[in-house]
Design a protein around this ligand. Structure first.
Ligand code: AMP
Ligand code: ZN
Length: 135
């Protein structure tokens, strides 16, 4: 099976990981909409939330812990959780993932969620270091 996010879990494709537990991994999105935009994915390959069987419950603690980490470390004012299920809904990577998008008062509201802040992806390595406590 050729799955980008399984390759990230396996360490075959690099990622800027910010959180991990037994069930889930969280890492910075490579093309962020807003500063700190991250993805939470299950370690187990699940295509989307519409598949049979529980999937969200496994990653719920990671979603909550990572959301708090982003809020606290980035001084965000709010946070969106977005999930695209199937191609028609905008899903491009077919391994379940939840987008965590920290939000800032300079760019408020739902419409601005999908109108990315051009500065959001400017220094992902520094952002990663900041989130993981390396600086
Ligand atoms: P979706 O459209 O919901 O399937 O979102 C897929 C997300 O994965 C997009 O926001 C991409 O920017 C992100 N993405 C794709 N490749 C990578 C990667 N190698 N590392 C981190 N994020 C990625
Ligand atoms: Zn996968």
């Amino acid at each position: 099976m050729d799955c980008l996010f399984c390759a990230i879990i396996a360490g075959d494709v690099p990622s800027r990981q910010i959180y991990a537990d037994d069930h889930a991994v969280a890492f910075l999105d490579i093309a962020p909409w807003h500063r700190g935009h991250s993805l939470v994915i299950p370690r187990r390959h699940v295509v989307d939330v519409l598949e049979e069987g529980p999937a969200l419950i496994d990653i719920a603690p990671a979603i909550q812990t990572t959301s708090r980490l982003l809020m606290d470390r980035l001084g965000a004012d709010g946070l969106n959780m977005v999930m695209n299920n199937r191609a028609v809904a905008g899903q491009e990577v077919f391994h379940l993932h939840v987008h965590l998008v920290p939000r800032y008062s300079e760019h408020p509201g739902m419409r601005a969620l999908f109108r990315p802040d051009p500065a959001a992806g400017s220094d992902l390595d520094a952002l990663h270091a900041h989130l993981t406590g390396a600086v």
